[in-house]
Design a protein around this ligand. Structure first.
Ligand code: BES
Ligand code: MN
Ligand code: MN
Length: 464
């Protein structure tokens, strides 16, 4: 496939311009204010698939935002690769921390991206990454290199839990039938150290509400005599972990599989510098569960974090008040063999159990998702590994990620197909944060690598 590099060289400016246009659409799925923008974005995605040469394009309606589908079936006897991605993005706030507008994409050079990076919400997660597949597909069509069938499924609700996609997958198994699922929505260790994600965490996300007195009270008249729901909530949150940062919810670790010595050695082999890690986050020390390394904490251990907390007076100046209510949003990241439904129940029971009688509590579960493990001994993994080795000049290392893509476990359950997580983002690309960006190097490297995956996979599939 000699002409891959030439095609990219000749078309790279257009590839970048097209991505920039897509990034201008504020397709924020979490905020109904952006409803029309999300819908516009689905149309833009459909159009891009059509322009690239896909057929039977559909904007499939759901109870929420539509799923964009397109395909190119060249021969039913050849294998089929299903490409999944998401066109929705996270909210952009806090807006004042952005150096340029989240939906006014600009290219700037950074230390990690000397070739430049595109700054915009969704640049890396996931518009820049799924669009690599659209452009790699265009390349394969236009250079006569498409070796097998392709199906695209790009959804608009990943950042809010993919619930409608689950329904869609369950009722469209035939339409989505395939031999491998390819997803670029994760990262690599660095541009010098390619890696393939072999694990995703499950997720249990819930909201808690603690109610004390029936109204906000004067903190002098009543302070010390009635429960302050903020104080109580903080104590309750604090009692979720012990002094070793081990989660204290009874039964929480019941199904967690302890890793073997070999598995831990494998994790330790991935190049990782604790000093660089701390420097990048400007931390003088790290923090986590005793007995585990940073890579183990993020990759293979379940975690519990407060994502938001609210209560009392937070306006200008001081107000002496004991609030009636306090709230928190809490997530637990889960590892293989833990079930999000079970963990949500264990949390709820524990939270209600530890609440003192002086308050009442409510727990409201949000979305969840099961963890996922990708084996390294299947041909789809080997095809991806060899593709990266070809374009990076180095064999990628398998790495387990701390993030979640809940639909991936459902793909396995319903379609019985494993997903390959061939992402090209960097941890420093600031996904979900202000100043999210995606390296031009990474974008073009992805477009270059994907066709080799298709080629390798088709070859291995035929000789299997
Ligand atoms: N692309 C991310 C997940 C990700 C990023 C996994 C990097 C591994 C490495 C995805 O868009 C995401 O943000 N998922 C959410 C879960 C969802 C239910 C809101 C997450 O992990 O918080
Ligand atoms: Mn994503
Ligand atoms: Mn995301």
């Amino acid at each position: 496939m000699k002409n891959i590099k030439d095609y990219i060289e000749e078309n790279k400016n257009r590839f970048i311009d097209e991505l920039i246009e897509l990034l201008k659409i504020p397709s924020i799925s979490a905020d109904p204010t952006y409803k029309d923008n999300v819908l516009d974005c689905s149309k833009a995605v459909a159009k891009s698939l059509e322009n690239a040469g896909a057929e039977n394009i559909e904007i499939c309606p759901t109870a929420g935002y539509p799923i964009v589908y397109g395909e190119k079936i060249i021969d039913v006897n050849l294998p089929t690769v299903l490409v999944y991605g998401h066109y929705d993005v996270q909210p952009a706030d806090p807006l004042d921390l952005w150096e340029s507008g989240p939906f006014d994409p600009v290219i700037r050079k950074t230390k990690t991206h000397p070739e430049g990076a595109i700054f915009a919400r969704g640049a890396c997660d996931d518009k820049g990454q799924f669009y690599m597949h659209v452009k790699a597909f265009e390349l394969m069509i236009n250079t006569d290199n498409l070796p097998c069938n392709v199906k695209f499924m790009i959804e608009g609700e990943e950042e809010v839990g993919s619930e409608n996609l689950s329904t869609f997958v369950i009722s469209n198994k035939q339409k989505l039938s395939c031999d491998a699922i390819l997803i670029s929505d994760t990262g690599i260790l660095s541009n010098e150290t390619p890696s393939i994600t072999t694990g995703l965490k499950g997720l249990s996300y819930l909201e808690v509400e603690v109610t004390g007195p029936n109204r906000d009270l004067h903190s002098g008249l009543y302070g010390g005599a009635v429960a302050n729901p903020i104080n109580i909530l903080c104590e309750m949150i604090a009692s979720m972990k012990d002094s070793n940062n081990h989660i204290s919810i009874p039964g929480f670790y019941n199904n967690v599989i302890e890793l073997t010595k070999e598995e831990r050695e494998e994790i330790a082999r991935a190049p990782f510098s604790l000093q660089d890690y701390k420097d990048a986050l400007e931390l003088s020390d790290i923090h986590g569960e005793k007995g585990y390394t940073t890579m183990e904490r993020t990759g293979i251990r379940p975690t519990l974090d407060v994502n938001g907390i609210l209560g009392g007076y937070i306006g200008e100046g001081a107000k002496t008040v004991i609030p009636s209510k306090a709230f928190a949003k809490i997530s637990m990241r889960l590892v293989p063999n833990q079930s999000d439904k079970e963990i949500t129940k264990l949390f709820s029971d524990y939270f209600k159990n530890i609440a003192p009688k002086s308050v009442s509590v409510k727990v409201t579960p949000h979305h969840g998702g099961e963890p996922y493990v990708s084996p390294t001994d299947i041909i789809a993994y080997k095809a991806a590994s060899q593709a990266m080795e070809k374009t990076f000049g180095k064999k990628p290392v398998p790495v387990k990620a701390g993030g979640s893509i809940p639909i991936v476990a459902l793909f396995e359950k319903e379609l019985h197909v494993k997903s390959i997580l061939l992402g090209f983002g960097l941890d420093s690309d600031a996904i979900h944060s202000p100043n999210e960006h995606y390296g031009i190097f990474n974008y073009l490297k992805g477009i270059e690598t994907i066709p080799y995956f298709f080629l390798n996979f088709t070859k291995m599939f035929k000789s299997n």
